[in-house]
Each structure stands twice: as structure tokens, then as C-alpha cells.
Design a binder for this molecule. Structure first.
Ligand SMILES: C[S@@+](CC[C@H](N)C(=O)[O-])C[C@H]1O[C@@H](n2cnc3c(N)ncnc32)[C@H](O)[C@@H]1O
Length: 506
């Protein structure tokens, strides 16, 4: 099914009724995000994200190599689904040809052929833009009165005005930095890593302790924004090793087809953004992977399906969620020889003490899970009995990430991810954890900048994840410093999914 205006109106109508009761956590969550994310993303982008969050999200199907992969692949291909690996490979090949030998006739022909092939696979940009403009104007989901007035009165900003605003923001950041006390003697690997000034400017989570009642997330964000700085010039790696045995299918932009219910064990269906943090792990033969907050197991199982790691430990603190992993594993990895390589562990991630054992750690931390928060009342972080827990999330996230950075073997990689749009839970936590590592250990950690975008220096999205733009709506100019963000969008309704890659040099 291809998305058109009518399906959009239908979707928007369907979601309206859920927001009538102001005591519902989903109403509170939406209200909170309206206040906070408008200041972060700007009114126009937030309205588009909001609509994406409120509509059905898009999925990916991961082929189970322990079932009958070939027939599942054929089945999905016949339904018009795309293998994400094929898209990555095509796009990389194109990039390489353009880079290496752009002047000879042959590569040009090949590039043209590839472009034709890509065009036949993905929707044309014109269609996507048209759709975006339709749903950005269409507002059916309730919004607060004061905001409604602003929206109605608001004039659209022109591109020129946007550029001016960006350069003013950039200038004020640079000005702010001039005043900062920079102790240059403490800067490690100035080219590759985070400067001391950056680390020390950020408000530590511990200082927020006890002040939750009066530091709003918006103020926290303002504080954090001040510490965005410095241009980075590193050798970039341009290509990602897409594991050859990992087959993940989805539909192109604007196509909102659903996957049919798979026969048990043949394919696993997961939120489409989830595959990207797994790819960021860059799994190699012999790796030992710890998925520190692993339940219900979607990412662990995807990592296992690469057939690369010697061992995958899927850990979680919650027994009920651990039981869910057990069920999923029974369905998907029923081969006894594989069970020994896929280990389920039930403990607090903070107390795991197998130091220097794992060379890859995934920390998919508990977070506000924005899509769930605005759609499901049950067990919602915005219910009144979970306020404190919610406000402590960045602190918990920072503790878990710091524990993973301490645990991972030297030379190893930690990938941090959330499904929140909040910069405090994303780049903010990375920055807090880097600061703690700096203070508490002698380790040298670098954020893998090949994966990051620095808005204020207009660096492009890294080459490595460039092909993902074909399927996902990736936030290119949204001020992300340490990671990549998949944004919800009606034409590609994945995410939100933020991920960042950190390496322990020594
Ligand atoms: C976002 S979910 C993980 C989803 C999972 N990675 C997947 O792809 O299916 C976060 C998980 O963190 C777990 N968690 C929270 N605190 C934890 C801790 N201290 N140690 C380990 N797990 C924790 C929660 O129980 C929850 O299952």
C-alpha cells in the first residue's frame, strides 16, 4: 500500500480519540514533548515528528538463518520488500566508483545503471516532498490552546531566515567557547577525542540529583547546548562491513505495506531503526558481545544472525523480560549448538564484573521510549507514579554507559542507543559518561566521529551510514554531536532511534 493523502487523513482521525482524557499518561507525554521538543527541533520539524510518533511505525523483517532462510528471502522479495544489505552494497559501490575514477567512461555508465536500479527501488524525491508538505499542514491531533494560536499566527520561515538563524546559533556557540576556560594540557588526542573544555562544561548528572523539581528538561537542554563545540578533523572510514549473512527486509519510503505474520521461527520482525545500532557494532568473526540491557532480545538476536560472534550474552535486570527472551530464543534459535553461543543472563548490568572479556558491548538503555510514551498508557514513564524514575533516567543511562566503558576490553567498542528524541538522554549522556571516564579512570575513549554529525561545522552525515538515507529519515542538521538519529516521519516511519559508537583506545 502506498501512502497517500487519504490514508494519512484516516491515520490522523484514528489517533485523535485517544487524547481526550488529560490524566492519561499518553496525554501528559505528548504535552511534555510539545513543550520540550519544540525548543529542540523547532516548531515545523517537531510537528512532523509528532505526527510520525502518533501513527503506526514501520518494521523490518530479519531472516532467521537457523530456519529456511532462502525460502523466506524469496517470499519477501516476491512481496516487493527490499534487502537493506543490497541497498547498502549498491550505494557503497556507487560511492567508491565516484571517488576512484570518475573521469573514465565505464564507471559513468555503471553509475548510471546503478542510479536507474536505485530509482526503480525507491520512491522519487518529488513524491516524498509532496507528501511531507501535505501532512505538515494538516493538524488533527489536539494541541494546547496557546500553541495552537502560535501555529496559526506563525509565518513560515524562508530558507534565508533559517540559514541566518543557524549562523547566529553557530556564532553564539563559538563566542561562548571563547569565554570557556580551556586547560589545553588535559586534552587527549586533540584530533580524535573530546576536549577537556567540552567535558567540564557539561552539567553532571549528580548535580541534578535532588533538584529535579526545579530544573526542567528544557533548561537542562539549554545548559547542554552551550557545550557543543569544536571542529573535528579525523580520518574517516567510509564503509561499513554489512555482515554477509544478515538479511533484513523492509519497504521503500512511502510504502506502508505490512509484513505478513511470519510462520514461527522463519523471520523476526522488529522496529526498523533497531538494526542500525547492531550494524554500528561492526561485528567480526570471534567477537564476544554483551547486550547489557538486552530484553526482549531483538538486537541480540539480530546480532546473532550475522553469524559473526563467538558468544552473545543477552543480559537484563528484569526477570519478566528475561522470560520473554527465553520464549523468543526457543522460537528462533532452537538448534542446540547455537544455544551454547547465545547466553541469557539475569543481573544488574551495573554489577557485571567480567572485565576485559567482551570486545563489543551494546547498551540499549531504558529511556522514555517516546513512541510508546505517546501511544500506550500501561506502564508509561509519564504516569504520575513514575515521575521520579523518569527524571532519574539520564543518571541511570550514564551509569550504565560508564559501567560498559569500564567493562569493555581495550580496543573494544561500545554502542549506546535509545529510542528517545531527547538530547539529554542521547548526546547529553554520552558527554556525561565521557566526563566520568575522564575523572575516574586512565582510559582513553573516543567517540567514533565517523558516525557523528556536527551541525555547527556543517559536517555531512558520515559516509558509512549514508546509504541508510535511502530508507530512513535521518536527522542531518539537528545538532547531533556524538551520534546518529533516525527520526519518525510519515514517509519512513522508523525510530526514533539514536545511536553512538565509542571506542576504548587504552
Ligand atoms: C530499551 S530496553 C532494551 C531492548 C532490547 N535491547 C531489545 O532490542 O529488545 C531496556 C532494557 O533495560 C533493562 N534495564 C534497566 N536497567 C537495567 C540495568 N541496571 N541492568 C540491566 N538491564 C537494565 C530493562 O529491563 C529493559 O528491558
Amino acid at each position: 500500500m502506498t501512502l497517500n493523502l487519504y490514508s494519512f487523513i484516516f491515520l490522523a482521525d484514528a489517533i485523535q480519540t485517544n487524547y481526550e482524557n488529560k490524566n492519561f499518561p499518553i496525554y501528559k507525554a505528548l504535552n511534555h514533548f510539545d513543550d520540550f521538543y519544540k525548543t529542540v527541533y523547532g516548531n515545523k520539524l517537531w510537528r512532523s515528528l509528532r505526527l510520525g510518533l502518533l501513527c503506526n511505525n514501520k518494521y523490518c523483517a530479519v531472516i532467521n538463518n537457523y530456519s529456511d532462510p532462502q525460502s523466506s528471502i524469496e517470499y519477501l522479495e516476491n512481496r516487493g520488500a527490499l534487502n537493506i544489505r543490497t541497498l547498502f552494497e549498491l550505494q557503497y559501490e556507487k560511492q567508491k566508483l565516484k571517488r576512484n575514477d570518475f573521469n573514465t567512461e565505464k564507471p559513468k555508465e555503471i553509475i548510471q545503471k546503478m542510479e536507474e536500479k536505485m530509482e526503480s527501488l525507491i520512491s522519487d524525491k518529488e513524491k516524498t516532498d509532496k507528501l511531507s508538505s501535505i501532512y505538515c499542514k494538516y493538524e488533527k491531533v489536539p494541541i494546547k490552546e496557546k500553541e495552537r494560536v502560535i501555529i496559526e499566527d506563525e509565518e513560515e520561515t524562508t530558507e534565508d531566515e533559517d540559514e541566518t538563524r543557524k549562523s547566529v546559533e553557530k556564532l553564539s556557540l563559538i563566542e561562548g567557547l571563547k569565554d570557556a576556560h580551556i586547560d589545553k594540557s588535559r586534552i587527549i588526542h586533540p584530533k580524535n577525542s573530546v576536549s577537556a573544555a567540552t567535558l567540564f562544561e557539561f552539567i553532571p548528572a549528580t548535580q541534578i540529583k535532588g533538584l529535579e523539581t526545579w530544573i526542567s528538561e528544557v533548561d537542562h537542554y539549554e545548559y547542554y547546548k552551550k557545550s557543543l563545540d569544536f571542529p573535528i578533523n579525523v580520518e574517516e572510514e567510509n564503509y561499513l562491513n554489512f555482515p554477509e549473512h544478515l538479511n533484513v527486509f523492509t519497504f521503500e519510503k512511502c510504502n506502508i505495506n505490512y509484513f505478513p505474520k511470519p510462520s514461527v521461527g522463519s523471520t523476526g520482525v522488529l522496529n526498523g531503526g533497531s538494526i542500525l545500532p547492531v550494524l554500528a557494532l561492526d561485528l567480526k568473526k570471534g567477537d564476544r558481545l554483551l547486550d547489557m540491557c538486552g530484553a526482549p532480545g531483538g538486537k541480540s538476536i539480530t546480532a546473532f544472525q550475522t553469524l559473526m560472534p563467538d558468544e552473545v550474552v543477552c543480559n537484563d535486570i528484569s526477570l519478566s523480560r528475561i522470560n520473554r527472551i527465553r520464549k523468543v530464543v526457543k522460537e528462533y534459535l532452537y538448534d542446540d549448538s547455537t544455544i551454547n553461543k547465545f547466553i541469557i543472563s539475569h543481573q544488574d548490568g551495573l554489577s557485571i564484573d567480567k572485565f576485559d572479556y567482551f570486545n563489543k558491548i551494546l547498551v540499549d538503555v531504558p529511556c522514555t521510549n517516546d513512541r510508546i510514551s505517546v501511544n500506550v498508557n500501561e506502564n508509561n514513564y509519564f504516569s504520575s507514579n513514575r515521575v521520579k524514575e523518569r527524571l532519574h533516567l539520564p543518571e541511570l543511562q550514564c551509569n550504565i554507559l560508564t559501567a560498559a566503558l569500564k567493562l569493555v576490553a581495550r580496543g573494544g567498542t561500545v554502542v549506546y542507543s535509545t529510542c528517545s528524541l531527547s538530547p539529554v538522554q542521547n548526546d547529553g549522556v554520552i558527554q556525561m559518561a565521557l566526563r566520568r571516564m575522564w575523572e575516574e579512570t586512565d582510559n582513553e575513549i573516543v567517540v567514533n566521529y565517523k558516525l557523528s554529525i556536527a551541525l555547527y561545522y556543517f559536517r555531512d552525515l558520515s559516509q558509512a551510514f549514508n546509504p541508510a538515507n535511502i530508507l530512513y529519515y535521518i536527522g542531518n542538521n539537528i545538532g547531533m554531536k556524538y551520534g546518529i538519529m533516525v527520526l519518525p516521519h510519515l514517509t519512513a516511519n522508523f525510530g526514533p532511534m539514536y545511536f553512538s559508537k565509542l571506542k576504548k583506545l587504552k
